[in-house]
Design a protein around this ligand. Structure first.
Ligand SMILES: [Ca+2]
Length: 242
């Protein structure tokens, strides 16, 4: 804006001088001065008006800008407060939902335990451990089947450790393994195929007196083959749940 004004002023001065030079040819200096002043006066007056407008604009501009900045700043602060409130509400809702979810999961867990009683969850499986009513291996298998289960089928060291920790000392518990069909080839009565995990006590399986074809588990000695006709405690497993 200032640059435009300066150019305009220079133009006006140049125009004025041009008029003055033109006057020198045909008129006296006195007459020419009056004529030139009369010709340039409207331009000078208009320049003065423009100058005042520019000053007024420049005087108002900082104040307007500062006012706008303050307004924007206030809006941002308000927006920030609103965002903080919304975030707090959202966190509160998430916290409540997490609490509800935990409550639902706890209820489901309780229901599962209720549904699967007298089976209890040990590790990732549900087992029923009969500590008192001893059966032969076939009697134990029958009991498990009657409960909608199978004889326990251990798949790894971890499962065995978890289960053994629940057994009573000096008691023997039947599990699924047997070599009734072929000596030395231990099949799982639960899976119907060769067993994949064994943890024999030292010297076992030894098929003592050529009569030991069923496998038990003890707290002290891990797995041993024994006569299927002996009566032991037993462990059933619900193999269809995780
Ligand atoms: Ca044995």
């Amino acid at each position: 804006m200032r640059c435009s004004i300066i150019i305009f002023v220079l133009f006006a001065i140049t125009f004025g001088r041009s008029l003055s030079q033109h006057c020198d040819v045909d008129e006296s200096q006195h007459e020419c001065g009056g004529y030139c002043y009369g010709a340039v006066k409207p331009v000078l007056e208009y320049l003065a008006i423009l100058h005042k407008r520019v000053e007024a604009y420049e005087a108002n501009q900082p104040a307007d800008t500062a006012s706008k900045i303050l307004l924007i700043d206030e809006k941002l602060k308000t927006l920030g407060r609103q965002t903080a409130i919304q975030e707090e509400l959202l966190n509160s809702k998430i916290q409540k939902l997490e609490q509800q979810l935990a409550s639902v999961q706890e209820t489901i867990s309780k229901l599962k335990h209720k549904v699967f009683e007298p089976f209890q969850k040990i590790g990732s499986k549900y087992y029923y451990i009969e500590h008192e009513n001893k059966k032969t291996w076939h009697g134990a298998l029958k009991k498990c089947l009657e409960m909608g289960a199978q004889l326990a089928s251990l798949q790894n060291e971890n499962e065995m450790k978890e289960l053994r920790s629940r057994l009573k000392p000096h008691q023997k518990y039947w599990i699924d393994l047997n070599d009734l069909d072929k000596e030395g080839e231990f099949i799982s009565a639960t899976t119907g195929v060769k067993g994949t995990f064994f943890h024999w006590y030292k010297g076992e399986p030894n098929n003592l007196a050529n009569s030991e074809h069923c496998v038990d588990l003890t707290f002290e000695y891990a797995m041993s083959d024994r006569s299927c006709d002996l009566t032991h405690c037993y462990i059933c497993e619900l193999s269809f749940v995780d």
